[in-house]
Unconditional design. Sequence first.
Length: 560
Amino acid sequence: MSLAWLALALAQQPAPAAAPKPWFREVTAEWGLEFRHWNGATSDKHLPETMGGAAVIFDADADGDHDVYCVQSGPLPIGALVARTRDLPGNQLFVSSVAGPARAGGAALFRDVSAASGADDRGYGQGAAAGDLDGDGLPELYVANLGPDALLKNLGGAKFEERIGASGIAGTHWKSAVLLFDLENDGDLDVWVCGYLKADLAAPPYCGRREPGMRMYCHPDQYPPEQDRLWRNDGGLKFSDATASAGIDGHPGKALGAIAGDWDGDGDLDVYVAHDSVENKYWLNAGGGRFEDRTARSGTGVDGSGSTEASMGVASGDYDGDLDLDLVVTNFDEESDTLYRNDGNGLYADATLRAGIEGPSRGPVGFGIVWEDFDLDLDLDLFVANGHIIDNIEKYQDSKTYRQQPNFFEQHARGRYRVLGPELFPLAREPLAGRGAYAGDLDGDGRPDLLILQCGDRLRALRNEGTSGALVVRGLARGTQVVATYASGKQVLREATAQPSYYGQCAEELVLAVPGEERVKSLELRLLGGARQTLGFEPPQGAAHLRVVRDAKGTYVVAR
């Protein structure tokens, strides 16, 4: 073989394929989101120490972009819970300046305004949610604590004032997640507070071998359950206890998450509650402020084999493109996460195996979960933050670890998922003490970004590095369903809600992908109460943000 022939042959070889571009890039420090969760862990192994790690994405100062609120916990000293003093860290509020002068010169996207905000609650924080509870157009913050909760009235300008004492809401038991939703279609948000366990902080039970370093956090089966509480909004940040009148009293269930949605299409919001190691609950809204227990009929209380699971995070969305809303929950190891496909008429089927998430999710302990179209190709991808609750699990089982890699599932065919490898999701290489996970367009570029909260460790902020854009819609009432029809004739269903994931809240917005030459042709709004409206607007060219408001007739129009 001559050298000239060899050179010609080599020249004709195809160039090596370019390395795939990762979907996300970590920007935690770059964006100024410096938050570290402190769980106050002690040798007494109080169970609350291993459960926290939460955030809320919302517009705290009503300037049109997303801010971030992070919930702090510890300490829990041996013997009893005590209030944190002012020199210990409280909850943190980060205000965004997406389009403001603060961004000049490469300044961080967020600035920490916690100390001056009045939102730096110092209870032993667990979950939180944001929503306009008094109808003045500004979102309040509700923080669920181990002990008294916090209800933070929004005064404007990212300033808050504590109002729990005058609200009528009471309770010092262990609360976990918070759900703000409109129970009666009366236009205001009511408060569902999840009750978890009756934890004995003075004398916690001992679990594990009685050897140095071998004490472990006890299983939830060691504790009695707490009751969820439902607080009806009476106006003026006043609430009354509707737990009994709504029909949910007497059903304690070790709740770690709750989500609302109009899953049966009758115009009001039903509630699904994720329970730890006992049957989950599906509450059908029967009207008049009452619920009916439809768990058994729906098939969502247990998995497809009839087994109860230890459920933590929860999400809803139309994953299979059939224009109804499905449910997915995260669970403990050896159980897998569970996907409930909506088959209509209030019936669901366990589609976990068929969807391709059974195997990859069976090993880790799942917490935060997000269904979002991260690659903007018109279907929902699935992100799960994983992490064990037993911080010394390696001493008991060689095959298990406390820190665990997250699962990022790309939808590659209708209703079918595969795990993204580290070449597309580099964080898949890094074990985390994962808890909350939340999506939202944090930098205003029309692509959903991702926050991951850890227990006893730092927040991770991931910027979406995709090139496709989206139509991002904000301003719709929670529970509004939107059917987007594209110029090609394709239709997708999205839901206007603040997805809870685990213990917190994703951004309250709709992300409608506009890949390639696609254009959104029309938006049909399925409103609470049963009415439908076609939203008139000029289809945008590429990515855009669409803010809608209601006019004097109650009709949604595009804000100008």
